[in-house]
Design a protein. Structure first.
Lengths: 138, 389
């Protein structure tokens, strides 16, 4: 994949997310009081600010909400597709979409998470068509 | 906020004609602008007791305590300062807060100043992108290398999917503003363009082409504000601040609302309510145009057209000074005139010029009410001012 050289900096809140990603699981947070999901992960629930959110494993499936193919950006290398993906649980995540030609991209496409192992700590989730199974290198 | 309406005025305005300022430090350019605005007002540096600036971003010359650095450089010790940085619209927000400070007696003569020199700035920072830390919220986005333009691309693509907006409609924004720039001798790009030219220019981050993007220039500008009472005794016709609103919303791409509403939906109604006006009262508008999609979403949030209707609105020529219902970006805007990085101050300066009748290019005849609107980042913040004579 196109170079993604900036690695995330883990903290006490985010560590469980990245530990799960290393195992090929995509976690999101759920409010213990309202049952509502949230993304991105925080130390508090945005639905009940005094509550500490629980981690739950997402299905990893979602649909393409919007996308932009970066042809001439700040990063060197081939074009890549930045995307907003609406997960089945209802939250929207920002990621990349791979395995779909630019001309075939359209809103509503079904997607499934896959993971790129960047080093021994970080496996970065990206999204691909569900038919491209086994593509994860996590 | 109604009691603040009309209590203060912009009494001096200056835009540097420079578009390239090689090896000029941004503070030197700010000094040119500050003196220019004070000369315009008939005031001296010694009259200034308030200073507003947001000069701590890339190519702006300052650090985290930029307003102190700037005050020292220009040689004053202001007792009212504001260096709130909410991106490109910072100077509109600062104008609104300066109005409140002046009305409350915290300051008497406030200078709002901005300059940046991105064309030669030698110190490296990660990028133009405003959110660069892969820690905290950014750890879930920065590793994917989003660019500022690709985030605008996400907005534009979703607008097309939700509302049927077309690349041709987006392009019309650039075409209209270039038409205005053709009359502005200071504008960076003045050669007229067509919709086909925009669509044929290289794709930067889909669906935005090169000509959907603003120019990158050096540049700067400054404003002087004071009380309504003091304004009456000065050199130029006062331009009164009658409406103001601002809001901040989000930074991360994952937090973009489904319907693409932006904090302009908060800043706009507050500004109109303070002024006791509606969009129909606006004679001329200056709306931040970093990319063609940028003013389109603002037009919807500010109520100049309905949600999702900005495509047909701009395609029908509404923004044209040549017969449009809302002459907009009469100086050519960021798409054609200038864009050093945070061009919100120029929306105020061109509004002042339009209301005084001394615009450098296109002049809307007999304009009495102007709207200046800006955003910061990628629709992360918004500030709206309504000015009147």
């Amino acid at each position: 994949m196109t170079a993604m050289t900036t690695l995330p900096i883990l903290d006490e809140t985010s560590a469980p997310f990245w530990e799960a990603a290393r195992e090929g699981r995509f976690l999101i947070q759920r409010c213990p009081e309202t049952g509502l999901y949230q993304w991105y992960p925080r130390a508090h629930s945005i639905h009940a600010p005094h509550a500490t959110p629980d981690w739950v494993e997402a299905s990893g499936r979602g649909e393409l909400l919007s996308y932009s193919v970066v042809h001439r950006g700040n990063s060197r290398g081939d074009p890549y597709t930045c995307a907003l993906v609406r997960l089945e649980e209802g939250v929207t995540v920002f990621s990349r979409v791979e395995g779909i030609a630019e001309g075939d991209l359209r809103a509503g496409l079904l997607l499934a998470v896959a993971f790129h192992r960047l080093d021994e700590t970080i496996s970065l989730p990206i999204f691909r068509p569900p038919s491209l199974t086994g593509g994860s290198d996590a | 906020m109604k009691q603040l309406s009309g209590k203060t005025a912009i009494v001096g305005a200056y835009e540097s004609p420079r578009r390239d300022a090689p090896r000029v430090h941004p503070f030197a350019l700010q000094m040119e602008c500050i003196l220019g605005a004070l000369d315009d007002a008939g005031l001296a540096l010694s009259d200034v007791d308030g200073l507003c600036a947001a000069s701590g971003d890339w190519a702006e010359g300052g650090g985290t305590m930029d307003v102190i650095e700037l005050a020292e450089y220009i040689g004053i010790q202001p007792t009212y300062v504001n260096s709130t940085d909410v991106g490109g619209c910072s100077y509109i927000l600062q104008a609104g807060q300066a109005a409140a400070a002046i009305a409350a007696g915290l300051a008497e003569v406030v200078v709002i100043s901005y300059a940046a020199c991105p064309r030669w700035w030698p110190l490296s920072t990660p990028s133009f992108d405003p959110f660069v830390f892969p820690a905290g919220p950014g750890q879930y986005e920065i590793p994917y290398a989003p660019t500022l333009i690709s985030t605008y691309g996400l907005f534009a693509r979703r607008h097309m999917d939700l509302y049927g907006t077309t690349p041709e409609q987006l392009a019309q924004v650039a075409v209209t503003f270039r038409g205005h720039a053709a009359a502005n001798p200071q504008a960076r790009l003045r050669k007229p363009i067509t919709v086909d030219d925009v669509l044929a220019s290289p794709m930067i981050a889909s669906p935005l082409h090169r000509l959907d993007c603003c120019v990158v220039t050096d540049g700067g500008g400054a404003l002087v504000m004071t009380s309504r009472e003091r304004a009456r005794d000065l050199k130029r016709r006062p331009v009164y601040l009658v409406g103001y609103g601002a809001a901040v919303a989000r930074t991360q791409n994952s937090q973009i609302p489904d319907d693409l509403s932006t904090p302009a939906a908060l800043s706009g109604p507050r500004a109109f309510a303070m002024a006791g006006m509606t969009p129909a009262d606006i004679d001329v508008a200056q709306i931040y145009d970093a990319f063609t999609i940028t003013p389109m979403l603002a037009l919807e949030d500010l109520g100049f057209c309905g949600r999702g209707e900005s495509g047909p609105f701009v395609a029908a020529g509404a923004l044209s000074a040549d017969g449009g219902s809302l002459p907009t970006n009469t100086d050519g805007g960021g798409l054609s005139s200038n864009h050093p990085g945070k061009r919100g101050i120029f929306t105020l300066i061109e509004s002042v010029r339009q209301l005084r009748g001394d615009a450098p290019g296109v002049q809307v005849p007999d304009a009495k009410v102007a709207l200046a609107h800006g955003l910061g980042g990628t629709f992360c913040s918004a500030a709206t001012a309504i000015l009147a004579v």
